[in-house]
Design a protein around this ligand. Sequence first.
Ligand code: MG
Length: 352
Amino acid sequence: MVILYIDMDYFFAACEQLKNPELKGKVVVIGTNKEDNKMKGVVQTANYEARKYGIKSGIPTKDAYKLYKDLVYLEADEPYYEKTSKTIMDMLKGYGFPVEQESIDEAALDLGDVGYEKGIGIGKEIKKRINNETNLPCTVGISFGKTFAKMACESSKPDGFGIVTENEITDFLKTKPVKALPGIGPKTEEKLKILRINTIGDLSDSDPLLLKEKLGIVGIELYNLSNGIDKSKVVEFEEVLSIGRERTLNEETTDVTVIKNMISELSKEVFEESAKKNFWFKDVGIKVRYADFTQATKSKTLNHYSSSEEEIERIGAVLIKELMNKNNKKIRKVGVRISSLMKGNSQKRLIV
Ligand SMILES: [Mg+2]
């Protein structure tokens, strides 16, 4: 099996540089918040120049300014990134192999049993076409499993091409820190450290039963990966249609403040769930159930995909107002739901 993994380099920052070539060579930070509220947000993407100063995804924007006070701050232009992403994903799908979009700027292709030679040819052609057709840099990884292809890609960034075959996998893995394995976050890293497991090599020499005891079933998966066994597959579609939360109020009410507070609480929960699963949304809907058990729903479709908690809350508040103006019945239950989902950017999610 040959898997290709394609990951755009500094995707949001690269898109911004394409829109505005004067940004080239400058320290650019794309933030999660609007300009007037930027110091309260975090860095979503930093370009290559910013990374040289230690600025990276997930750090508070105010800390980025401490690292480099003259940086260029931009707020994310999600509709533009989404459009660019679609161009790339459509091109990848055009090859006719199963494609799994892992995030807005990452995808895996299952080339089946074409062999490495042909796989490398296809990978190089894809890299060239992306560069030619979008003017954006990317890195490609090739291996015999999806996780290893991703790691081959990661270790060849930026603008690289990484190949790890069955014969090379042991050497490739053994000296890397455990956190180089996708899925190992700071918490798991800490647990492994206590067991004196620092490198993937240490992990491969450890006791799988002990790993299972400490980490659950994930422990076995990590043990397998550390020993060069990658069972991850390219899955074309993930069937998640919507994410919603609803709750019954303590007391039936027509009080706008109480209802709005509930909407904002539910919006937060819906947002957190979507962030965890790495989804962006296009539709926001609310549902109310009245004291007489009748119910009403209302929804709004955005003209772009969004990943903003504020947006869910703001639209929820508008929709509930419209419903309450139309009908003065007491409300007993409120729901918030987002739908029309697509995979979003993974870097940003590391923060949560
Ligand atoms: Mg990327």
